[in-house]
Design a protein around this ligand. Structure first.
Ligand SMILES: Nc1ncnc2c1ncn2[C@@H]1O[C@H](COP(=O)(O)OP(=O)(O)OP(=O)(O)O)[C@@H](O)[C@H]1O
Ligand SMILES: [Mg+2]
Length: 603
């Protein structure tokens, strides 16, 4: 071993850089933090090769004075902290004064900046730790930072980088999280020649969520709000039925900073207990606001974890806020006005789903319900000659005295009419000869569709829609590889994919049942399922695809059905081979007359 000596500042910086800069996504996170700390109201990001070739962040914030540029790229130099005490209440994203120095050590870093109050701007370049001169430069107010060829001169680090498309998926995730946390800031993201996001500044968080993730996500959210003293939680969580195979859409912000926290994620999962199957994950968009001294952000090199002073208090708050939101939303569904039956009043309304019941050629939504159907729960007459039950609560004159023993009803000589009614827009209640059945409309319809598809696949008769022009779907490299690895079973299930350029795949057919669903949506859903399964067999993959098609095409809980739709579904329930949906949930609960008599102590 050699003699002990002090490391040069350059070596120290490079070691520190290893902690701060892991990949293009970490560079982007640091530059976005800086732009936000500078008070920018607009931030434009350009990436090339997933950020390996270039990360450029342009902001319109406060800028850096020309004489301070060398300090900005020096290690342990910051404008955000003055004393050690400041570490206890950090109100900026940066505080170490290390990011730019670290980046300049492992890439070519170019900064151009002008403070709004200055007439001219200036520019500074750092390449592999070597500082250039500060030069005058004409530029708009604000700062532009470019990071070229990350790790080009550090081959050991460069070899750890993944393909451009994998790096792109990490970087775009960082962008998404920052844009999500700051709806009042306009953001754009360009990758190569493609504009991936263009997000105007908005006031409502829901608008930013929709801007990033689309309407289909925004429409399936429930608002959450809760407070415990000076700690507040607000935002949105997904409806239980909008569950996901992975926690990809879980976003927690603590004082505007995107973080990961297993305990808080657990609190939210716990709130869904009983409404979501194990292994599924809710969507989460929640912000937590608390005084700065209640958290410590100085615990993770990439600042993606924080430590809380009172973690259990936060856990309880999140659990109760999420649970209250779920219960309230259930209540609001239950309080919807009851369906208007008769006269076809529900036919063709916007809330009626496109519903193609099993083997039914006509769309029942357009078929008026049978005129004979009566929307009442009056029991069928106990004998053919007895009058119908009175419509009002008035008791018939001949009613027995209240304290007289109640005679058990005489068995009917006519088979009781089987009829069904929809309840709470999600259950069908059916009276059969000797029982009451409660059917989960989504689970049953999904089961029926699934079995139909499976029968078609087994007989090589799956209805497939070939596309005239194959649809390209852009994926991460790992995702494309995973998908192509299973191309054969996917083709059996009607989804034909082939490699295209880079990590884009071409989809040239899809099952007819999903004719209206964009190929990208089908592919994403399949990927979710493939990623969740460890090493699925061919049959398992085909089944997974059929499950996902059936689930997507089936009517949902919350869909109001016409009486004809209810009748068709109830009639077809006998075609289902199993009384469970493909996920294992029961489709039907049966309450027999005997059980009811026993419960009411009639026997
Ligand atoms: N986009 C920007 N606009 C204005 N000033 C900036 C910008 N980027 C960096 N600076 C200035 O350069 C300094 C150094 O930035 P750097 O990111 O290296 O450290 P930091 O943000 O202070 O702390 P951290 O290492 O935790 O990010 C900042 O303190 C800030 O004064
Ligand atoms: Mg910083």
């Amino acid at each position: 071993m050699g003699r002990i000596h002090r490391l040069s500042q350059s070596v120290v910086n490079r070691i520190a850089a290893g902690e701060v800069v892991e990949r293009p996504a970490s560079v982007l996170r640091e530059l976005l933090d800086n732009a936000l700390d500078a008070g920018a109201s607009r931030i434009d990001v350009t990436l090339e090769q997933g950020g390996i070739g270039l990360v450029r962040v342009v902001d319109n914030g406060g800028g850096i004075a020309a004489d301070e540029l060398p300090l900005a790229v020096a290690a342990h130099a910051t404008s955000k902290l003055a004393t050690a005490d400041d570490l206890d209440h950090i109100n900026t994203f940066g505080f170490r004064g290390e990011a730019l120095a670290s980046i300049g050590e492992v890439a070519r870093l170019v900064i151009c900046s002008r403070r709004p109050e200055d007439a001219a701007g200036s520019r500074l370049e750092v390449d592999g730790g070597l500082l250039g001169d500060v030069l005058p430069e004409g530029c708009a107010a604000g700062t532009t930072v470019e990071v070229h060829q990350l790790f080009a001169k550090v081959p050991a680090r460069r070899s750890f980088l993944r393909t451009a498309s994998t790096e792109w998926s990490h970087a775009s995730d960082v962008f998404t999280r920052a844009a999500l946390a700051h709806p009042q800031v306009a953001f754009s993201l360009v990758h190569g020649s493609r504009r991936a996001h263009d997000l105007p500044a908005v006031d409502a968080w829901a608008d930013r969520i929709e801007g990033i993730f689309g309407r289909s996500v925004a429409q399936r959210l429930i608002a959450v709000a809760g407070q415990d003293g000076d700690v507040r939680v607000s935002g949105f969580i997904g409806r239980p039925e909008a569950d996901m195979a992975s926690p990809r859409l879980q976003h927690l912000l603590v004082r505007g900073r995107p973080i990961r926290d297993r305990s808080l994620a657990h609190a939210i999962q716990e709130a869904y207990r009983g409404t979501m199957l194990t292994g599924r994950h809710p969507m989460v968009f929640l912000r937590i606001d608390l005084p700065a001294d209640q958290e410590d952000v100085n615990v993770h090199p990439a600042k993606s974890e924080v430590r809380f002073r009172e973690p259990s208090r936060l856990y309880r708050l999140l659990l109760s806020a999420a649970r209250t939101a779920l219960l309230d939303s259930d209540l609001s569904t239950a309080l919807k006005p009851p369906p208007v039956f008769g006269g076809g009043a529900t036919s063709g309304t916007a809330s009626v789903p496109a519903f193609r019941p099993f083997d039914a050629p006509v769309r029942p939504a357009e078929t008026p319900p049978p005129a004979s159907w009566q929307p009442s729960f009056s029991l069928p007459a106990s004998s053919p000659s007895s009058p119908p039950a009175p419509a009002t609560a008035e008791l018939p004159a001949a009613s027995p005295p209240v304290d007289a023993p109640v005679a058990p009803p005489q068995p009917s000589h006519m088979p009781p009419r089987e009829f069904a009614v929809q309840m709470h827009d999600r259950y069908l209640v059916v009276q059969t000869a000797d029982a009451i059945e409660v059917i989960d409309q989504h689970a049953l319809h999904e089961r029926l569709l699934f079995e139909k598809l499976r029968t078609q696949v087994a007989g090589n008769g799956l209805e497939i829609q070939g596309m005239l022009v194959p649809e390209p779907v852009e994926l991460g490299a790992a995702e494309a590889a995973l998908l192509l690895e299973h191309a054969e079973p996917l083709a059996t299930a009607g989804v034909t994919i082939a490699p295209f350029s880079g990590s884009t795949v071409l989809v040239s057919s899809k099952p007819a049942l999903a004719a209206d669903t964009p190929a990208a949506v089908i592919v994403r859903e399949i990927l979710e399922r493939l990623e969740a399964a460890a090493s699925p067999s061919t049959e398992a993959i085909v089944e997974e695809v059929l499950h996902s098609l059936a689930c997507r095409a089936a009517i949902k809980a919350g869909d109001r059905l016409s009486q004809a739709e209810v009748d068709t579904l109830v009639r077809d329930r006998h075609l289902a081979a199993s009384s469970h949906c493909p996920h294992g949930r029961p489709t039907t609960l049966t309450l027999t007359s005997r059980e009811l008599d026993r419960q009411f102590r009639r026997t």
